[in-house]
Design a protein around this ligand. Structure first.
Ligand code: SF4
Length: 348
């Protein structure tokens, strides 16, 4: 069961309520380099990113934002720290959303100025609390997860008192149990959508594993309305990983799914090589097709029948299935070409 939430709209993309869980990422270019940033946004769009966040650390970036916003195919969220004037500049530049960190924009009068301007423009604000930027003196008697929650609630109440309710919330830490505990705790304490992620998760594969564990737990409990996988890698990988996590829980359909057996001593053809080639073919396909590449009769026919196109190998030959029906038997040397033809025909 998905946690009910009060939806907000970021540049035409709805987050929360019964909307699909939105995949977002963040550019890693110098935002002041308009060309490089737009190129990366386009790369993100190509892999299915739905909202992109850009850092606005200085005046140059704030000025660039107007051009980026105008040319971007995706809604833009401006990521603001420390200087409230940059938030106002980002709003002026047309940002579709703001991310504010209450750990480092803490002066209430400054936040109030931003909130009034954002409300006038109907621009949502994400209250993005991070373990790394929580003020040390803030409720040190509480466990870290509750300190994250309390800081977010403090900011929520402040914005609500100003009549501002276009809110999303994130509570991020590197530590998975802390992050999970924080989201679980805040889920019933406020009605706003949750942006979820495991911050500073690191490079793949460790970052992927850490993010998958943390986000998997939360999503499986119905927590999370938009997702960002934070990786020390090209942001394309963040988007691909986010969809894989969502597809693993049957929460989104996005492109193909490849089922392939891990291979063992029973395999009598080179399944790993076939799987690698099929993976390359599937990269070019947008349709949500399920393909199974299986090594032998143990699990092969069963998995292959469950797939849209399935391959179950035997000694020197293989059976190809389409939607559960045996299509044909092929000799080993023809397996890959026939399989690829069937995948392409199914996806056309
Ligand atoms: S499908 Fe067959 S070859 Fe592949 S891992 Fe299972 S038993 Fe081994």
């Amino acid at each position: 069961m998905r946690r009910p939430s009060k939806p907000v709209t970021v540049g035409g993309v709805t987050i929360g309520g019964s909307s699909p869980i939105v995949v977002q990422s963040m550019t890693k270019t110098d935002t002041g380099d308009i060309k490089a940033t737009l190129k990366q946004i386009e790369e993100l769009r190509e892999v299915g990113c739905e909202i992109v966040r850009v850092a606005v650390p200085n005046d140059k970036a704030a000025r660039a934002l107007a051009v980026i916003r105008e040319k971007s195919p995706l809604p833009i969220i401006a990521d603001i720290h420390f200087d409230y004037r940059l938030a106002l500049d980002a709003l002026e530049a047309g940002a579709d959303g703001l991310r504010l960190n209450p750990g480092n924009i803490s002066e209430p009068d400054k936040v109030a100025i931003i909130a009034r301007e954002a409300l006038q423009r109907r621009v949502p604000i994400r209250i993005g609390v991070n373990a790394g930027s929580l003020p040390q003196e803030f409720k040190p008697e509480l466990p870290l997860s509750e300190r994250l929650v309390e800081k977010a609630l403090e900011q929520i109440r402040f914005l609500e008192a100003l009549g501002f309710d276009l809110i999303k919330v994130s509570l991020k830490a590197f530590d998975v149990p802390t992050t999970v505990a924080a989201y679980r705790s805040i889920a019933s304490k406020m009605p706003y959508p949750l942006h979820i992620g495991i911050t500073e998760a690191g490079p793949p594969p460790n970052g992927l594993i850490r993010s998958s564990v943390g986000l998997g737990i939360l999503l499986n409990e119905g927590l999370g309305d938009t997702i960002r996988v934070s990786l020390t890698a090209h942001p394309r990988e963040e988007v691909t990983a986010a969809y894989e996590i969502l597809k693993s829980l049957n929460l989104r359909e996005h492109g193909p799914i490849l089922v392939s057996c891990p291979v063992c001593g029973r395999a009598e053809v080179d399944i790993a090589a076939i799987a690698r080639e099929v993976e390359k073919v599937l990269l070019k396909i947008e349709k949500p097709i399920r393909v199974a590449v299986m090594g032998c009769v143990v699990n092969g026919p069963g998995e292959a029948k469950e797939a849209d196109i399935g391959l179950a190998c035997g000694k020197g030959r293989a059976v190809i299935f389409k939607k559960g029906t045996k299509l044909r038997v092929v000799e080993e040397e023809d397996i890959l070409s026939v399989l690829v033809n069937e995948i392409n025909a199914f996806s056309a």
